[in-house]
Write a protein that binds this ligand. Structure first.
Ligand code: HDD
Length: 682
């Protein structure tokens, strides 16, 4: 199918349209369509009497309410999603026959759900954790799900250990503490006693685990998959999503404060960006390895605790995804969407990665419980946009009304339909990998090196990133109560870096290990966020302003910031309009009470005239906090006084000028830089 015969980027939206309902302006009915005459009072025997059993309206309303909740996801419960489209830049025919990767003129509808892993459905969003990055492509050949994370490796090598990992990570069972956090004894006890986790733990302790935004994080398919072309030739493939805005993070103190100030920080950011027309974009990249190169590396390419360094296996950028539509109903879409790494299309196949193999079982199994039966593929958000039919029947919540007597294969009554398709007709044929071996419960020797890539990660970090990792370990282990667990972890990470182990040991009062790794391992510059794209667009700048600001000049600065795609939001001591010297007026967006510096990427202090003591105090608090979080700070006019009073005027990333053009240029650059680590903080 092509545009002319109906398939295009709107195909999913058009399908969903059939299920949308807008009840405004309509009469209320029961679920049986009976018009309701009254919806506030239950049916009683006398005005002050007991409620009657025959009150079907009350019973129906209450029963439905009582059953509104469904089990939350066992992991990735806290998530948020959006619709969008995917386009391929050039045909990938040489490597895969997947239909959605052939034609640059074709756009495929997608649905993406981002999530934290550990926390419950209502938990805060800027916790230290991996983020889920799950994409459903509604292709003409069926749904393809790329169920990834923002970290390219995983804690464990075999799916058999997933329940153990998750039990250790979730709140401890005797007291259900802590929520959405890994800083507790059982998680670190698991780490120390399952040392394959070393590499991912390094990522989890890095800035990657506290992303600034879902729009500013990478995504990885993690597991090794296969591309298969129409000649039957296969390549191993790893998938990457590269955010066009670059990969950026919060700082830990800020992340914790945001959890209190705005527990919905990441979903709000995604929702607002899409509403504003600032559509998040991610480029799809693939790392490809021919079958002949399977054993060319000093790690096993089937081991999910290993990445393929981008300098050795370049990431080929092959397409772009744009998220351009928020959901209409979070429960119906975001909550009921069911992802599965086993939802593949012809041209995409699996590898023997033992984590992936186990995942292929778990996802359907979990949906059966969560979505209440085997018909979840019929829910509007999960339906393929291409036709789907087979002999599966019945079960809870069945929606399709299958006509006719035949629900079996083979048959003659329906001329043996629905019938399988041959490979040339688009039937999915598994890649015929040659297998031989004994039935064993074992792990390959080639999976045994747990520390080389953890060290590679460490040595690829810039100095500030390394400092953040040390602080993260010191925080997490500082929260661990058992000295023996702390010590085991310190001893373990001496295998990654002696410097790291020593400094964390000193910070938490543990013994410094006697030996460990200190030589510089190979480094991979692609792993450092210092080398990411840096842009000012969509950054949020808080503008502290009051009456008597310099009217024309400030308006000019604000216009220039907006022209760069920066969102300037005005903060003052009260809501309403502030008046400039030239009579212009600006509408205030937030007060010092409703906003906080942690909710902005940068601050711009303008001030005004006749400021109260409280205004000055609140502004100082905002500026100092932003300063502590290495954020860009700008000031013009009276704003200079605050920079001087707080002794930050000549610090890195603090911009002041009396020339508005110069100020704007420098401030925009400072905002694009994201954070200013060379700032001295005492
Ligand atoms: Fe998983 C959900 C990603 C390993 C079992 N996983 C889930 C989601 C993401 C991932 C993004 C949320 C999807 C959504 O938004 O609905 N999982 C990963 C990645 C892994 C990984 C990148 C490592 C490569 N997962 C993994 C293993 C198992 C599971 C080893 C079990 C053997 N994952 C599940 C699950 C979940 C899930 C229990 C919970 C809710 C769901 O599936 O739909 O089946």
């Amino acid at each position: 199918m092509s545009k002319k015969d109906g398939f295009n980027e709107n195909s999913k939206n058009e399908q969903l349209e059939q299920f949308r309902s807008d009840d405004s302006g309509k009469t209320m009915t029961t679920n049986q369509g009976l018009k309701v005459s009254e919806d506030e009072f239950s049916l009683k025997a006398g005005e002050r009497g007991p409620t009657l059993m025959e009150d079907f309206h009350f019973r129906e309303k209450m029963t439905h309410f009582d059953h509104e909740r469904i089990p939350e996801r066992i992991v990735h419960a806290r998530g948020y999603a959006a619709h969008g489209e995917f386009e391929v830049y050039e045909s990938m025919k040489e490597f895969t026959k997947a239909g959605f990767l052939q034609d640059p003129a074709k756009k495929t509808p997608v649905f993406v759900r981002f999530s934290t892993v550990a926390g419950s459905k209502g938990s805060a969003e800027t916790v230290r954790d991996a983020r889920g990055f799950a994409t459903k492509f509604y292709t003409e050949e069926g749904n393809y799900d790329l169920v990834g994370n923002n970290i390219p490796v995983f804690f464990i090598q075999d799916a058999m250990k997933f329940p153990d990992l998750v039990h250790a990570l979730k709140p401890e069972p005797h007291n259900e503490i802590p929520q959405a956090a890994s800083a507790h004894d059982t998680f670190w006890d698991f780490v120390a006693n399952n040392q394959e986790s070393a590499h991912m733990v390094m990522w989890a302790m890095s800035d990657r685990a506290i992303p600034r935004s879902f729009r500013m994080m990478e995504g990885f398919g993690v597991n090794t998959f296969r591309f298969v072309n129409d000649q039957g030739k296969a390549h191993f493939v790893k998938f990457h999503w590269k955010p066009v805005l670059g990969t950026h993070s919060l700082v830990w103190d800020e992340a914790q404060k945001i959890n209190g100030k705005d527990p919905d920080f990441h979903r709000r950011d995604l929702f607002d960006s899409i509403e504003n027309g600032d559509y998040p974009e991610y480029e799809l990249g693939v790392q490809l390895l021919s079958e002949e190169d399977e054993f060319k590396f000093d790690f096993d390419i089937l081991d999910p605790t290993k990445l393929w360094p981008e300098e050795d296996v370049p990431v080929k950028i092959v397409g772009k995804m744009t998220l351009n539509r928020n959901v209409d109903n979070v429960f119906a879409e975001t909550e009921q969407v069911a992802f599965h790494p086993g939802h593949v299309v012809p041209g995409i196949d699996f590898s023997n990665d033992p984590l992936l193999q186990g995942r292929l079982f778990s996802y359907t199994d979990t949906q059966l419980l969560r979505l209440g039966g085997p018909n979840f593929h019929e829910l509007p958000i999960n339906r393929p946009v291409c036709p789907f039919q087979n002999n599966q029947r019945d079960g809870f919540g069945r929606q399709t009304i299958n006509k006719g007597p035949v629900s079996y294969h083979k048959n003659s009554i329906a001329q043996n339909t629905p019938m399988p398709a041959s490979e040339s007709e688009g039937g999915y044929v598994h890649y015929q990998e040659k297998m031989e071996g004994r039935k064993v419960r074992k792990r390959s020797e080639s999976f045994k090196d747990h520390f080389s890539q953890a060290a590679l990660f460490w040595h690829s970090m810039s100095k500030p990133e390394q400092e953040h990792i040390k602080e993260a370990f010191s925080f997490e282990l500082g929260k661990v109560e058992r000295k023996s667990v702390q010590q085991q972890v310190i001893d373990m990470f001496a295998n990654v870096s002696m410097e790291l182990a020593r400094e964390v040991a000193e910070a938490i009062g543990a013994s410094v290990p006697t030996g460990g790794r200190s030589e510089a391992a190979k480094s991979s510059p692609a792993l450092s966020q210092e080398n990411t794209a840096k842009k000012p667009s969509t950054r949020k700048v808080g503008v502290v302003i009051s009456d008597g600001y310099n009217g024309s000049e400030v308006s000019e600065v604000l216009q220039s910031l907006t022209a760069q795609g920066i969102q300037a939001e005005l903060i003052s001591d009260k809501l309403g309009k502030r008046k400039g010297t030239d009579g212009t007026e600006l509408e205030v967006d937030h007060t010092f009470l409703t906003a906080d510096s942690v909710l902005f990427d940068a601050l711009y202090a303008v001030g005004g005239q006749d400021l109260s003591k409280k205004f000055v105090k609140d502004t100082s608090y905002f500026l100092n906090e932003a300063f502590m979080h290495y954020k860009p700070i700008g000031a013009t006019h009276e704003g200079k006084k605050w920079l001087e009073a707080n002794d930050i005027l000549n610090s890195a990333g603090v911009v002041y000028s009396e020339d508005m053009n110069e100020f704007t240029n420098e401030f925009v650059q400072a905002v694009a830089a994201h954070r200013h680590w060379d700032r001295e903080i005492v």
